[in-house]
Design a binder for this molecule. Structure first.
Ligand code: BDR
Ligand code: CA
Length: 320
């Protein structure tokens, strides 16, 4: 199996990513690290623990990480949706409270120690702001050489989802993202909104999963129905709504089936200064900068392969 560490800001789509990673037979989820993002880091930790308990994988440990970005002060954890003035966590999970407790070790300690001790390749998959990864790089200069592959959910080529051009994970800690992309990792796959918005799940897909009746399938159906409801209110997806992206889980699916995404090599950097475009990923498609390529950028995705993998993986009995 492919070894994986998920760095999450759980998060509704992070929750689906954790379930797919924990239950897919070809993946060994070595650990989960949490970061401030969708919600405050302690809620990301709690949400991650309850997901793992829910599917019977309490053996997978959760390591809590950064509670704020590297540099930016007063960074509000954005409640990105308001319902009649009532701010609510757009990332509430329909899953019972966690029983398990987070590990003592911090996310950065776990990342550095695990890669120092690793004898097999472990893919590192950040699907939240990149604060923990940048912190590990700063704490251990050798870290960049020990990580064989980064698969990052983040960025936007043609559009953003926090501002016109900036995507949430990169925008959440632009300095950390800039640091990660210019650190010289061996292999970085960047999965932006342009790709994840092509791997939409529909209400019919939710019904298909709900019919499976397993803890992961039932939770995913409920979670994605909630995401579709929010998107139908604030940002219709697909032809006439009734669909939602599950950004983070697409990255996990790609680890197993590399045909789910099509990528092209580009030099990509992150704006960290301009108030108008901070957090924007700048893709040098015309080779104007002359800088060497640093990422494989995904621009297309296959929704059928993605949803079929979820259904296949979540159909198998688990949890309890
Ligand atoms: C990213 O932002 C978060 O809301 C999701 O969990 C995903 O990681 C998409 O822009
Ligand atoms: Ca996320």
């Amino acid at each position: 199996p492919k070894k994986l560490i998920l760095d999450v800001d759980t998060g509704t789509d992070d929750a689906v990513a954790i379930m797919l990673a924990a239950l897919h037979p070809e993946i060994e989820l070595v650990g989960v690290t949490t970061v401030n993002g969708n919600v405050e880091v302690q809620f990301c930790t709690d949400n991650s623990l309850r997901v793992l308990d829910h599917i019977g994988r309490s053996d997978i440990r959760v390591y809590e990480g950064a509670d704020r970005p590297l540099v930016r002060t007063g960074h509000p954890v954005p409640k990105r949706y308001e319902d009649g003035g009532e701010k609510y966590h757009a990332e509430k999970l329909p899953i019972p409270d966690a029983i398990s407790k987070k590990a003592e070790k911090t996310a950065v300690e776990f990342l550095i120690e695990t890669y120092r001790a690793a004898t097999d390749p472990i893919v590192l998959m950040p699907v939240g702001p990149l604060t923990n990864i940048a912190a590990a790089l700063a704490a251990d200069p050798g870290f960049v050489k020990r990580v064989p592959e980064l698969i990052i959910m983040g960025g936007g080529y043609a559009f953003g989802n926090v501002t016109a051009t900036a995507e949430f994970n990169i925008w959440g800690d632009a300095e950390a993202a800039a640091r990660v992309l210019n650190s010289g990792f061996e292999k970085i796959t960047l999965v932006p909104l342009d790709a994840t918005h092509q791997a939409l799940m529909t209400l019919a897909d939710c019904d298909r999963l709900a019919a499976l009746g397993t803890p992961a399938a039932t939770a995913t159906a409920e979670i994605v129905r909630f995401r579709i409801d929010v998107h139908d209110k604030y940002q219709k997806m697909g032809e006439e709504g009734g669909a939602a992206p599950v950004h983070d889980a697409v990255c996990v699916a790609y680890l197993v089936d590399r045909d789910i995404l099509a990528t092209r090599p580009y030099f990509v950097e992150v704006e960290t200064a301009s108030p108008l475009t901070v957090g924007t990923t700048i893709v040098d498609t015309q080779r104007r900068t002359g800088f060497p390529v640093n990422v494989d950028l995904a621009l297309t995705a296959d929704p059928r392969r993605f949803v079929d993998m979820l259904a296949e993986t979540f159909a198998k009995p688990h949890g309890g």
